[in-house]
Design a protein around this ligand. Structure first.
Ligand code: GLC
Ligand code: CA
Length: 556
């Protein structure tokens, strides 16, 4: 297995809108991020993944880009960006940009040209089809954010495809001019000195030429078989690699809905020339009661099966990215741990132990290092996210499901849980802004905030700091081979990591019960590398408290 800096790095994701507001307008911005670089340096992370900061009308909070080479007004200027990049680099922190090129905003100049007439030079930059008639789209596909995936455009009497919102028309990657424009734009950013790309829904850029109706699930037909991992996706990425990526020392991670371990080896194999790693969605996007919407926890045995498959099948062949949450997911501690007063801290540390001891590059989503929790939304008007708002109207306002049944699912899964402002201190608005924030601050900010946690050595923050430092000191954590023990336990997640003569035992109690565990002989009398509470590891039988976690080294 080749050693590379990005395999050894820990990445921190920033959602700029919610990170830090420097100019008191209630919206996070680039100068706000620059002002917090020392905090990130202190935590010990190596790389920042910046969710989109480009010019955007914000239909989907920046994932709808109207100009790839300009900064969103609310976030600042290109000069502010240059300062951020420079200040990050001075501290040894790299910056990875979000690359959203499956679609643009409908306000991008390419799309405005494209829709202007059937024979415009940019017409073929997007995916236009004749409808069955004026009111009936070319096929039954549904968009990720509800409604049809096709939008009728009166001007030219045709429909355009949008797998996300109707303000996010899909680019036509089949058109070489589209690819050239994108590769030139990427080159421009690389020449500026950025350190990589996180590629938004990159597994969806290639669509089959035939676009038949999809299997109807709840409301619309599924476009999956025709748009996800489509026929040319690998050749497009190889071309991108050849023309752009291979020329720079940068890292790439693909957001790849629908990816399997087999496909991951193609997208991000040690020897395939496409991406460095991918995000898999088997863990976080399991189907719920109503499409993705559910209030049920994944059984631990299922969670272990998924993680173990990725750990073992990619070993030596491709590289994993490790994450519990991001800006599209609820908060890790609320979803996989226990966010009650009693267990929030200990379960947040347990989850961190479980993930950060695995093979792959760990991603920390802003606030996760504080154990930030889901938000107690009270009414539909509290949501800002287009997906949550549309889902509520599609499922509830239509009468398909009652409010009572759907509401807990929305609370459990809404992307807005992750998007409430970062909790910096215990002053009003959690120190994020002095204005009214664009989305409410979680009322628990007085107890859960960075100021308190950076000064408390037992905090979740300091636990993350320690995990990050351990990864830097122990190659076994980065490169070691993973093996699962106790596959059938619904309480304990236990695995080992092994590299040459180093071996670690990782034990995590995912339950709120006490339980016990017989350590394999080779670990009895070993050293404790990190733990979220005290225990006696000198005996073979170790009793564990709720959500207890520890890592032991092999006895010498
Ligand atoms: C990705 C992003 C998500 C966005 C979508 C459309 O899944 O992570 O936030 O809404 O793509 O760009
Ligand atoms: Ca601001």
């Amino acid at each position: 297995m080749k050693k590379t800096w990005w395999k050894e790095a820990v990445i921190y994701q920033i959602y700029p809108r919610s990170f830090m507001d420097s100019n008191k307008d209630g919206i996070g911005d680039l100068m706000g991020i620059t002002g917090k670089l020392d905090y990130l340096k202190y935590l010990g992370i190596d790389v920042i993944w910046l969710s989109p900061v480009y010019k955007s009308p914000n239909d989907d909070n920046g994932y709808d880009i109207s100009d790839y080479q300009a900064i969103m007004d609310e976030f600042g200027t290109m000069e502010d960006f240059d300062v951020l990049l420079d200040e990050a680099h001075k501290r040894g922190i790299r910056i990875v940009m979000d690359l959203v090129v499956n679609h643009t905003s409908d306000e991008h100049k390419w799309f405005m040209e494209s829709r202007s007439s059937r024979d415009n030079a940019c017409r073929d930059y997007y995916i236009w089809r004749e409808g069955k008639d004026e009111k009936t789209p070319p096929n039954n596909w549904g968009s990720c954010f509800g409604g049809s995936a096709w939008q009728y455009d009166e001007n030219t009497d045709m429909f355009y495809l949008h797998l996300f919102s109707k303000k996010q028309p899909d680019l036509n990657w089949n058109n070489p001019a589209v690819r050239k424009n994108i590769f030139d734009m990427m080159t421009w950013w690389c020449d500026k000195g950025i350190d990589g790309f996180r590629m938004d829904v990159i597994s969806m850029i290639s669509k089959t030429a035939e676009m038949p109706d999809g299997k109807v699930t709840d409301f619309y037909g599924d476009y999956g078989p025709y748009c996800v991992n489509g026929p040319n996706v690998h050749s497009y990425l190889q071309e991108m690699n050849e023309k752009v990526l291979s020329k720079y020392d940068i890292m790439t991670v693909g957001e790849t809905p629908g990816v399997t371990t087999e496909l991951a080896k193609q997208y991000a194999g040690e020897d395939t020339k496409e991406l460095n790693m991918v995000f898999q969605f088997e863990l976080v996007d399991t189907l719920g009661k109503y499409g993705k919407w559910t209030d049920e926890k994944l059984p631990l045995t299922d969670l272990k099966k998924i993680m173990t498959r990725w750990q073992t099948e990619l070993h030596g062949e491709a590289w994993n990215s490790l994450f519990w949450d991001n800006h599209d997911q609820p908060r890790a501690v609320s979803r996989f741990g226990d966010d009650s007063q009693e267990y929030r801290e200990v379960s947040a540390k347990m989850l961190a132990t479980c993930l950060h001891m695995m093979q792959g590059t760990p991603y920390i989503y802003q606030g996760e290092e504080l154990g930030m929790t889901n938000f107690p939304f009270k009414e539909p008007e509290d949501f800002r996210d287009i997906e949550s708002i549309n889902a509520y109207s599609e499922w509830c306002k239509s009468g398909k499901v009652s409010h009572e049944k759907f509401w807990p699912c929305l609370l459990f899964r809404s992307r807005d849980n992750a998007r409430t402002p970062m909790q910096w201190d215990d002053t009003p608005q959690a120190g994020f802004t002095t204005a009214t924030p664009w989305i409410s601050v979680n009322p628990n900010y007085k107890e859960i905030n960075a100021k308190e946690e950076t000064s408390n050595p037992d905090s979740v923050f300091h636990y993350y700091k320690k995990l990050i430092a351990l990864r830097k000191q122990n190659p076994v954590i980065v490169y070691g081979k993973y093996e699962l023990l106790l596959a059938d336990s619904e309480e304990l997640y236990v695995y080992t990591r092994e590299l040459e003569d180093e071996k670690l035992l990782v034990v995590c109690n995912f339950s709120a019960h006490e339980t016990s565990f017989h350590a394999p002989d080779e670990f009895i009398g070993g050293q404790c590398m990190i733990a979220n509470m005290e225990n006696d590891y000198s005996k073979g039988c170790i009793s564990l408290k709720p959500y207890e976690a520890f890592v032991l080294t092999k006895k010498d």
